[in-house]
Design a protein around this ligand. Structure first.
Ligand SMILES: *Cc1c(COP(=O)(O)O)cnc(C)c1O
Length: 486
């Protein structure tokens, strides 16, 4: 399996090289030259534990030995998850929820970031890399904490995270600023996620800075979903989700299952598309956006236009106007030459077109009112409390079914625990909660939902804040220098 660049197919890499580099030298992303087919029948896959399934699928994408890969998978998907199933599927009303928030940081980012540090260390060993690997990460809230947990105190690595100072939930912020580990740094930036992501991407492609750091014994990599090592582990849970839907009798083996994914950087949903390309019988992939509905407009009109107001919403992990992973889809559906032109247009004028049909996808979005109404509806019907991101997906799925009349069973990809966004979740249930302290509201949520407060955040409020630095968005590069050369 070779990887090639989205802007130049001559830029090739092994999986290990692609994972280490994070991004192509020309700013493009690595994609598999050919998407592999499922190596075994669905029946055979359905007999596997999550870890075995992950091993079987990842083997198709990575250049690791069986022993190396086994170590990665077994170390990642262990008691860090609060359930043996790793990613349970629960049926509520007429939909299924694929719960991806049972890892340490309570968001789906744990699914990939629990394994990425192992993938990266193995890749470094295979490539004979001696430098210390510095992970630079831009976060809209959840990637940051999941990456910090993954890389904290991992020998031979350091991690620096940039998050929008005024664009994450109180729990998300405290989760990051209380992070322990001598090799960690966390910085709030006076800007939004797109500002942080652009700055970090430009550092990765800055040859002078790379040289300067190499002399000091460092090299950069990325824990963002631009890294193929993030994307590939996410394919696994779509297959697992499908097989669970069969086991629960919602579909027969081989029948179609639609999926709705709350989307920001287009990484999660793209992994679903890869699963479908591998031969998993998925129907539509409904791409659910919040008010930052640049993807909805793109899927409906063929025009991607980021020139629009940026909204801070109740689903902050989806507050993104430059969905990086869309570049991968564009390249799979068209050519490197065309993708290069589109990305140049995006960076110059903030706009590009692609009129060709994207038949596997369906764009939807939900407003704050629709999101809150969805939380209330599911709670009153089924006693099940969704987080705000999952609720965007739920509302989008309902709109999709209404518009198309589809009767295909629906899997909602559930990306966060409601405890991560307690304030907005509780306000959705009753506006009287709006003025209350988000940490006290956790106890209220526990009473209402009957789901115990997850251990990783129970004592969060008492933890010491260790990271207080805030910087302007154009100072990110200086921040990195200061930290590494201190
Ligand atoms: C990151 C995140 C998303 C968006 O996922 P993408 O892969 O960026 O599209 C949705 N919900 C939650 C809770 C997240 O943390």
């Amino acid at each position: 399996m070779r990887y090639i660049g989205t802007r130049n197919k001559e830029l090739t890499a092994t999986a290990s090289q692609a994972i280490l580099q994070g991004i192509c030298p020309d700013g493009g992303l690595y994609i598999p030259e050919e998407i592999p087919k499922l190596p075994l029948s669905l029946e055979a896959l359905s007999k596997m534990r999550y870890q075995e399934l992950a091993f079987t699928i990842l083997k198709e994408y990575l250049d690791f030995t069986d022993e190396e890969l086994k170590m990665c998978v077994e170390s990642a998907y262990d008691e860090k998850f609060d359930t043996k199933e790793i990613a349970p599927v629960v049926k509520k009303g007429d939909v299924l929820f694929l719960e991806l928030f049972h890892g340490r940081t309570l968001a789906f980012k744990d699914m990939a970031l629990s394994i990425l540090p192992y993938l990266m260390k193995t890749a470094a060993k295979r490539c004979g890399v001696k430098e210390k690997i510095i992970i630079l990460t831009a976060t809209s809230g959840d990637t940051g904490k999941a990456a910090l947990e993954g890389f904290a105190n991992v020998e031979g690595t350091g991690i620096m995270v940039f998050f929008p100072e005024n664009g994450v939930s109180p729990v998300q912020k405290l989760q990051m600023t209380t992070q322990e580990g001598d090799n960690t740094a966390v910085v709030g930036i006076l800007g939004n996620f797109d500002d942080a992501q652009s700055a970090v991407k430009s550092i990765f492609t800055d040859a002078d800075m790379a040289k300067e750091l190499q002399e000091k014994g460092y090299r950069f990599s990325s824990a963002n979903s631009i890294n193929i090592g993030r994307l590939v582990p996410q394919i696994v849970y779509y297959i697992h989700g499908y097989l669970q839907a069969v086991k629960q009798g919602v579909i027969q083996m081989g029948e179609k299952l639609d999926v709705t994914v709350p989307t920001g950087n287009f990484g999660n949903i793209l992994a679903g598309w890869y699963a479908k390309q591998m031969g998993l019988p998925l129907g539509k992939l409904v791409c659910a956006s919040n008010e930052n509905k640049v993807l909805y407009d793109f899927l409906r009109t063929g025009v991607y236009d980021k020139n629009r107001p940026f909204y801070v919403t109740v689903s902050p992990s989806m507050d993104i106007l430059i969905s990086s992973n869309l570049e991968r889809l564009l390249c799979h559906l068209d050519s490197q030459e065309a993708t290069k032109e589109r990305m140049a247009a995006l960076s110059k004028n903030g706009i590009y077109r692609m009129e060709e049909e994207k038949k596997d996808f369906y764009g939807e979005y939900a407003s704050k009112e629709e999101t809150f109404a969805a939380i209330r509806e599911v709670f009153s019907k089924d006693g099940y409390v969704m987080d705000t991101h999952t609720a965007v997906a739920y509302a989008a799925a309902a709109k999709y079914r209404k518009e198309t009349g589809s009767k295909v069973p629906m899997l909602i990809v559930s990306t966060a625990s409601p405890y991560k966004f307690t304030k907005d979740v509780m306000t959705a249930l009753d506006s009287a909660y709006e003025k209350e302290d988000p940490f006290r509201l956790m106890e209220e949520l526990e009473k209402k939902s009957g789901v115990p407060i997850p251990a990783p955040i129970r004592s969060l409020e008492q933890k010491e804040v260790r990271h207080k630095k805030v910087c302007e968005k154009d100072q990110i590069k200086d921040c990195v220098r200061q930290w590494l050369l201190k």
